[in-house]
Design a protein around this ligand. Structure first.
Ligand SMILES: Cc1cc2nc3c(=O)[nH]c(=O)nc-3n(C[C@H](O)[C@H](O)[C@H](O)COP(=O)(O)O)c2cc1C
Ligand code: SF4
Ligand code: SF4
Length: 282
């Protein structure tokens, strides 16, 4: 009865989805494998994806390589919200994904620092185009890593609320719960291209403290940095994720003058080495 009880507590608006889930359970459908695709620059989303995978069972893969045809029964997307939208890399990746199992249970979790209204609806639209649906969507509020605008600030209260939310999501995913996916509005489509376009990396500047370690090159999720004469050179296909800047051990990378003397951020529990290996697909 606990599964039924959980479904009964859901919003009446998701009635048809609930019936579909119950029908699937009645049919004895067995969910075999779960893959969670994740994009991350400072570890918030990777932390959430790993926790869900740990609790609900599954593996986590980066969104920066073609995974081939997906045959999983459960597919998740965990990503950071960018300007009330999906990051370009997330949008491209999900749009291009080939999903074989048209019965797959699909969920999406956006991590964000301030507000994230309706962003999962973009994933739902991509799924609809593939003859699928987004069964469950949620968000986790974590440290806002948009360092050109804010001072990334962590707190025990933020962390403990996030932990509770992650457990809630992992349990909902384990139960293959369905919920209502909020709609996007015209506000989501306002463009911030000027600030965050692929060539926004022309505003990065490198301080003398750069020691040529090459970490920025390795951590970039889209290979937008190459080292030349022991200094990073940006290739103008930037995702504006700030991963290089946030993770440079010498604090040598700045974006215009806006990030100077601001504390850098990386999620507690996610190491630099782990972020590098994840983005390198290791
Ligand atoms: C380019 C950029 C744009 C962002 N836009 C938003 C936003 O619109 N709303 C919001 O709440 N947070 C925004 N953020 C903050 C991130 O969504 C948030 O910190 C996220 O958890 C970072 O995840 P990550 O550590 O996995 O990269 C933005 C961050 C970046 C780098
Ligand atoms: S990570 Fe920082 S110190 Fe290392 S090469 Fe890049 S800019 Fe220089
Ligand atoms: S160059 Fe820096 S900001 Fe641009 S995609 Fe690579 S890591 Fe992200």
């Amino acid at each position: 009865m606990p599964i039924l009880h959980n479904y009964l507590t859901l919003d009446i608006g998701v009635h048809s989805n609930v019936i579909l889930s119950l029908k699937r359970q009645k049919e004895g459908r067995i969910y075999k494998t779960m893959t969670i695709f994740c994009f991350t620059s400072t570890g918030n989303s990777l932390y959430v994806a790993k926790k869900i995978a740990e609790k609900a069972g599954g593996k986590v893969l980066p969104m920066n390589a073609d995974p081939g045809i997906i045959t999983d029964d459960v597919i998740g997307f965990v990503y950071p919200v960018y300007y009330w939208k999906l990051p370009r890399i997330t949008d491209r990746f999900i749009k291009g994904l080939r999903i074989e199992n048209k019965e797959a249970y699909i969920f999406a979790v956006g991590t964000y620092g301030g507000a994230a209204p309706g962003v999962n609806s973009f994933i739902r639209k991509h799924m609809k185009q593939k003859g699928l649906d987004l069964n469950y969507g949620s968000y986790v509020k974590l440290v806002d890593n948009y360092i050109p605008m804010y001072h990334p600030k962590d707190s025990a209260a933020l962390q403990s609320k996030a932990e509770a939310r992650i457990i809630e999501i992992a349990e909902a995913v384990s139960r293959r719960e369905n919920n209502r996916i909020g709609k996007d509005t015209f506000l989501n489509s306002l463009s911030f291209k000027a600030m965050a376009g692929e060539d926004s990396d022309k505003y990065f500047n490198i301080a003398d403290s750069c020691n040529g370690c090459g970490i920025c090159e390795k951590i970039c999720p889209v290979k937008n940095i190459t080292m030349e004469e022991e200094k990073p050179v940006f290739r103008h296909r930037c995702e504006h994720c700030m991963g290089c800047l946030q993770n440079c051990p010498a604090l040598a990378i700045n974006w215009k003058e806006k990030t100077r003397n601001k504390k850098r951020f990386r999620k507690d529990g996610i190491t630099l080495d782990e972020l590098i290996r994840f983005n390198q697909g290791e």
